[in-house]
Design a protein around this ligand. Structure first.
Ligand code: ARG
Length: 587
C-alpha cells in the first residue's frame, strides 16, 4: 500500500500552484497553511508575499483565489480579513482520504516512510547495577521507548543502547564482600524473581557498605579489588559478572512490568567501553583537545565556569589514572559513530546531567568525532515531583522505589476497571488493570513535554475524565463495543454522503495523523502525539453524542459512521502503541 497524501499536503499543493500562477516570483513560497477554527484550513502566507511584491494583500489574495482549482478536494476558498484565505474541504475528499488510509493493510494508516532514513543510536533506560530503580529511570525508559517506536515507524534505522551503570569503585567493595561471603547471592530456586534478586543485592550492598565504613582493613582490601577489577583479573571479573547478572534479573522484571521490550544484546553498559578508554584519552591528548592539569587529563571550555569564576574542566582521566563517567561516554561516542555508523546520537537522560553532556559533546566535536553530519542531542527530561511540588520522595524522605509506584498504579487502575466492568472475569480485570495502570503512568509522563517537571498524581492519572490514557482507552473500547454490536453490518466508506459538523471535525483531524507522527518523530516529542490522540478521543466523544451510529437515518449512513468509528479506533490503537500503551478491546 502506497502512502496517502494528507488533505493538508494536498491543499498545500493546490495553493502553491495557484500562487505561482498568480505571481511567478512566488513559486516555492510557503502559503503558511494551518488548521483553523473559522474554516477547515487557513492560509496566511499571502500577506508577506504581497508586502514583498508591494501589492495590495486583499487584491493579491483575490487573484490567487481565482486561480485555485476547486472541486474534488477544495470545495470553497474565500478571502478573509487582511488577506487570509479560508479554505473549505469537500466532504467527499474527507471521506475519500480516510478511506484510502483505511485500505492500508499494513496498519500504517497510509503514513509514509522517511525518504532518506538515517541511523539513530538512542541511549535510554539505563539503570545502575546493584541499585534499585527509581522514578528518574522511569522517565528515561518511557520516553526512550516511545521515541524508539516513533523513529522506527518512520523508517529510521534505530540502534538501542542501555548504558547501564555497571562499573566504578563501588564494585571493589561489593566484590570483596561477596568473596568473603560467597553464598550471599546463591538462589534456592532456579526461578528467581526480580524482587528476590533486588532484595539480595540490597542486603549485600548494605552489609558491604557497613563493613567498608567500619573496618579499615576491609576498606584496604576493597580498594585493592578495584585495581584488580580494572586490571581485568579473571576471578574478580567473574564476581563482578554475578552482580550484573543478578541485577539484570531485577531490571528485566521491572521492564516486563512496564510492558516494555528491552533486549539483552542492547544492554551495553559503561563497562562495555573499557578497552577503548586508554585510546580515547590518547587521541584527545595527542590532538591537544585535552591537556594535563595537576596530573588529570582535562578539557576546558571558555564559557563553563564554577561559582568561584574558575573554569570547570571535563575530567577525562583522574590524576590516579582512573577513568570516570566522561571517558566512558566519549568512548561510547566513538563506538556509536565509527562502529555503529550513527548519524544521530540521542540521549534520553535527566536534565540535571545537561552540563555533562554539553561538555562531552563539545569535546567530541573538537576531536572531530561529531560534526555537522553526525550530531548528538540530549533529550533532557525534567524531574518527577510529588503532590507537594517537590522532588518525589517517600514520607520518610527516601527515593521512591519504581516497583512500588507501578504496583500502586496497577492497584488503582484495577479498582477503576472493576467498578466499570460489565462482563469481565477476574483474570480479565487483572490483565486490564495492569494495562490501564501502566498506561496511565506512561501517558502522564509522555503527555507533558519531556523537559518539564510533572507531578506524580495517581488520582489524576487514573481519572476517566480529562487528558488521561484511561479516557483514551475507554474511547477505544467503546468503539470496539459498537463494532461488535453492529454484527452483520460492516463499516464502509460512502464519500457521496454529506457530513455533519462533528463528522467533518473528526474526519479532518484523523487525516492529520501522518503529519503528527512525522512531527513528533522529528522533534522527539511524544507529547505532540499524546495531545493529538486526546483530541481524537474528544472529537470522537462529540461525534458520538451528536451523531447516532447504529440508528443513523439510512443504511449507507450507518456504514459510513461505523467506518468513521473504525478509523478512529485504528488511529487510537496505532497512536497509543507508538506511546507504548495498550488499547484493550473490552473495558
Ligand atoms: N546510569 C545513569 C543514571 O542512572 C544514566 C546513564 C545515561 N547515559 C549515558 N550515556 N551517560 O543516572
Amino acid at each position: 500500500m502506497a502512502s496517502v497524501t494528507s488533505l493538508s499536503d494536498n491543499v498545500q499543493q493546490h495553493l502553491a500552484s495557484a500562487l505561482s500562477a498568480t505571481l511567478p516570483e512566488a513559486a516555492g513560497a510557503d502559503p503558511l497553511l494551518r488548521r483553523s477554527d473559522r474554516a477547515d484550513f487557513q492560509a496566511n502566507g499571502i500577506l508577506a508575499l504581497a508586502k514583498k511584491a508591494k501589492a495590495n494583500p486583499r487584491e493579491l489574495a483575490a487573484q490567487v483565489v481565482s486561480q485555485v482549482v476547486t472541486g474534488d478536494v477544495i470545495e470553497d476558498v474565500e478571502v478573509s480579513g487582511p488577506g487570509f484565505l479560508n479554505i473549505t474541504i469537500a466532504d467527499k475528499a474527507i471521506t475519500g482520504n480516510l478511506a484510502a488510509r483505511y485500505a492500508d493493510e499494513t496498519g500504517r494508516l497510509g503514513v509514509p516512510y522517511a525518504e532518506q532514513p538515517g541511523t539513530t543510536v538512542i541511549d535510554y533506560a539505563q539503570p545502575n547495577v546493584a541499585k534499585e530503580m527509581h522514578v528518574g529511570h522511569l522517565r528515561s525508559a518511557v520516553i526512550g521507548d516511545s521515541v524508539v517506536q516513533l523513529l522506527e515507524f518512520t523508517g529510521e534505522n534505530v540502534v538501542r543502547r542501555h548504558h547501564i551503570g555497571d562499573w566504578g569503585t563501588q564494585f571493589g567493595m561489593l566484590i570483596q564482600y561477596l568473596d568473603e561471603h560467597p553464598h550471599e547471592l546463591d538462589h534456592k530456586d532456579a526461578r528467581v524473581t526480580g524482587e528476590e534478586a533486588m532484595s539480595n543485592l540490597d542486603r549485600l550492598y548494605k552489609a558491604a557498605r557497613n563493613k567498608f565504613d567500619s573496618d579499615e582493613e576491609f576498606k584496604t582490601r576493597a580498594r585493592r579489588r578495584v585495581v584488580d577489577l580494572q586490571a581485568g583479573d579473571e576471578h574478580t571479573l567473574a564476581m563482578w559478572q554475578r552482580f550484573v547478572d543478578e541485577s539484570k534479573i531485577y531490571f528485566f522484571s521491572v521492564f516486563e512490568k512496564l510492558d516494555m521490550e528491552i533486549r539483552d544484546a542492547d544492554i551495553v553498559g559503561e563497562s562495555g567501553y573499557n578497552d577503548m578508554l586508554a585510546e580515547t584519552c590518547r587521541l584527545l591528548e595527542e590532538s591537544g583537545v585535552a591537556v594535563r592539569s595537576e596530573g588529570a587529563l582535562c578539557v576546558f571550555f571558555d564559557d563553563i565556569k564554577g561559582p568561584d569564576g574558575n573554569p570547570v574542566p571535563l575530567i577525562v582521566q583522574k590524576s590516579d589514572g582512573g577513568y570516570g563517567y566522561a571517558a566512558t561516554d566519549l568512548s561510547a561516542i566513538r563506538d556509536r559513530v565509527f562502529n555503529l555508523k550513527a548519524n544521530t546520537l540521542l540521549y534520553v537522560v535527566d536534565a540535571r546531567q545537561a552540563l555533562h553532556f554539553r561538555m562531552v559533546f563539545e569535546t567530541a566535536r573538537r576531536a572531530g568525532w561529531l560534526n555537522d553530519d553526525v550530531t548528538a542531542v540530549q533529550l533532557a527530561f525534567g524531574t518527577v515531583l510529588g503532590k507537594d511540588g517537590k522532588p518525589f520522595k517517600t514520607r520518610e524522605g527516601e527515593t521512591v522505589r519504581l516497583v512500588d509506584l507501578l504496583d500502586e498504579a496497577i492497584d488503582r487502575a484495577s479498582a477503576v476497571v472493576r467498578e466499570k466492568a460489565q462482563d469481565l472475569s477476574e483474570e480479565e480485570i487483572a490483565e486490564r488493570g495492569a494495562q490501564v495502570g501502566i498506561g496511565a503512568v506512561k501517558y502522564a509522563d509522555l503527555s507533558t513535554s519531556a523537559n518539564r517537571d510533572y507531578k506524580f498524581d495517581l488520582d489524576q492519572m487514573v481519572s476517566l475524565n480529562g487528558d488521561t490514557s484511561v479516557y483514551l482507552q475507554y474511547a477505544y473500547a467503546r468503539i470496539q463495543s459498537i463494532l461488535r454490536k453492529a454484527g452483520e453490518v460492516s463499516p464502509a466508506a460512502h464519500p457521496e454522503l454529506a457530513l455533519a459538523d462533528a463528522e467533518r471535525a473528526l474526519g479532518l483531524h484523523l487525516d492529520s495523523f501522518a503529519e503528527t507522527v512525522r512531527e513528533a518523530a522529528a522533534e522527539y516529542a511524544p507529547h505532540k502525539l499524546a495531545a493529538y490522540l486526546y483530541q481524537v478521543a474528544s472529537l470522537y466523544t462529540t461525534f458520538y453524542d451528536k451523531c447516532p451510529v447504529l440508528r443513523a437515518e439510512t443504511p449507507a449512513q450507518v456504514e459510513n459512521r461505523l467506518f468513521l468509528c473504525d478509523v478512529t479506533a485504528r488511529t487510537l490503537h496505532r497512536g497509543m502503541a507508538l506511546l507504548g500503551i495498550r488499547t484493550p478491546e473490552k473495558l
